[in-house]
Every structure is written in C-alpha cells, then in structure tokens.
Design a binder for this molecule. Structure first.
Ligand SMILES: [Zn+2]
Length: 298
C-alpha cells in the first residue's frame, strides 16, 4: 500500500522481528532436539519477565548441559541461523506487571531485539499463568516447542493468547479526537482504544469504542498498522475513522477528558513544544505512529 514510505519511517516498539518462526521444527521432535542441541543455540536471559540488556543488546546465553527441552520455548531461528529459546518459568510470582524498564528497553536495543523480547515475554507469561486446563482442571504441559499446552487428563489443547485491541483516531474536518485516562501522566493525550469483543469486526469495535467513550458516531474505518503489545498479550490494531459530528459526550469512567486537535496542535505535541496543547504518547507506542502518519497523510 504505502510500503516504501512506511519502511523509511521509525517502527513502533515490538515491531520488526527477524526470527524465522520455523513452525515445521516445533512439531517435529527430531528437528527440535537437533535445534536444542545445536552449539549455536542461544537462550534469551530474562529477569522474571523483565529484559536483561548489556552494551545495547539483549543478553543471550549458551544453553548449558543438563537443560531440558521441555522447559523451553523455541522462539525461532535468527538471521545468523541460531535457534533462539526462552526458558519457561513455572512460578513467576503474583505480580507480573511490567516495570518501566520493560518499556524503556525499546530505546536501548535494536528493533528486532525489542520484538524478540516482546514475543518471549508474552509466551513466558502465558505459560506461567496456564498450568491447569480450563476444561477439566487437570494439569497441562507445554507441547509444540512451547507454542501450545495440552491437558494431561482430558487431552484438550490450549493456545497462547493474542488479544486484539483497536486504537484509533476519529477525524472531523481536519481535526482528530484525542483522549486521556485518569492514570496517565499530566498533559498526556492519545488515541482512544479498547478491546475487540467476541462477534465483532475491527470496524465495529472502532465504532463502538469511540461511541462508548466519547459519544461520537463514525464511519469509513481505515486500517493503518498493528503492533504486538506484550503486557501481557495484546495486538494493537491502529485505525482512522471519519466522524459524523464533533459533539462529544465523555464517559467519565473510561476517560478523563477528550478534545479535537488540529494538525498544528498535533505537530507541536509531536515536536515536544512546551506550548503544545497536549503531551504526545512515546514513540514506542503505536499511537505516536498513528498521529505521525495522520500528519503525513499516509
Ligand atoms: Zn483437561
């Protein structure tokens, strides 16, 4: 669509992974054992779920003798032909909320490594939280190189979650709708967002969320880009929609405030001007890219 232009623009965090996910290896025990025993194989070092970085890169370690393949997920094979694994941890403790470090990592290491970390974080988190079968309550164990779990009692197979979230700008006569949540840093505004519900299309979710949160009816929803968001397992689906009107009816339980901002205001915020009408979201967030592309008319 706009391929050339998009590749020249910066990427949101967790986008730009370069691993070959080698699905054929996951389901082939001989190939999987070969990958695990490969002297080039590496294991991503995590501190719980938090990233570990040194000299501008994630820390990868050789897989030591005595390691069990059943305790690992095969994330994929990197461009240097190294199989990359992460260790599954049964007990991560009750609090798995991200620390600021897990988001700041986007500015410290290359984009493909941020994407690698995001995938590992989501998977390790999912395994830690799904030791039991949601059908019968039996114990589950990882299968397919950590890309699913099977119940040892009833045989049900469970797959890692990916939860779709729509995040969107409503546009009306050259202005876009921005909102802020109560918990955000002072002055911060961003695109509205919400989970897609069962039975909904992306377009319907965009329209419903904008109406629920701001009372605005929209049409002509256009997909712009997406971003994995591993806190714990969202897929952000960024869209632009056309508003039928600019009258707002704010749902105060969802958002604190919302307003229509023109291109000059968005440009000032993106530039970090002190007189800007709002504080822009960070560049690692897909909302930053949604605003950037709206300004560039992409
Ligand atoms: Zn079961």
């Amino acid at each position: 669509m706009h391929g050339t232009q998009q590749t020249e623009r910066p990427l949101p965090g967790f986008v730009g992974g370069t691993l070959d996910r080698v699905d054929h290896v996951r389901t082939n025990p001989a190939l999987l054992a070969q990958a695990f025993a490969d002297p080039a194989a590496r294991r991503l070092v995590l501190d719980g779920l938090e990233p570990v970085e040194a000299e501008g890169h994630l820390v990868l370690e050789p897989i030591g003798a005595g390691a069990r393949i059943a305790d690992h997920v095969l994330l994929g094979v990197d461009p240097q032909a190294r199989p990359i694994f992460a260790r599954l941890v049964a007990d991560l403790g009750p609090n798995l909320a991200p620390t600021p470090r897990s988001r700041a990592i986007a500015g410290l290491i290359p984009a493909d490594e941020v994407a690698l970390y995001g995938a590992a974080r989501s998977l390790v988190h999912w395994h830690a939280r799904h030791p039991f079968c949601s059908v019968c309550g039996g114990s589950t164990r990882p299968v397919k190189a950590g890309w699913s779990r099977r119940c040892e009692a009833c045989g049900a197979e469970h797959f890692p979650r990916t939860d779709p979230v729509v995040i969107m700008l409503a546009e009306h006569e050259g202005r876009v709708l921005l909102g802020r949540q109560h918990s955000w840093p002072e002055g911060r505004y961003s695109a509205l967002a919400g989970f897609v519900e069962p039975g909904e299309t992306i377009e319907e979710a965009v329209a419903r969320e904008i109406y629920e949160e701001a009372g605005v009816r929209v049409h002509s929803v256009r997909y712009v880009m997406s971003q994995p968001w591993p806190f714990p397992s969202s897929l952000m689906i960024a869209c632009v929609a056309q508003a039928q009107h600019d009258a707002l009816r704010i749902d105060a339980t969802e958002i604190e405030h919302a307003f229509w901002c023109d291109a000059d205001g968005v440009r000032a915020a993106m530039a970090g001007d002190s007189g800007a009408p709002f504080v822009a979201p960070p560049q690692m967030a897909v909302a930053w890219h949604l605003l950037d592309r709206w300004l560039a008319r992409l």
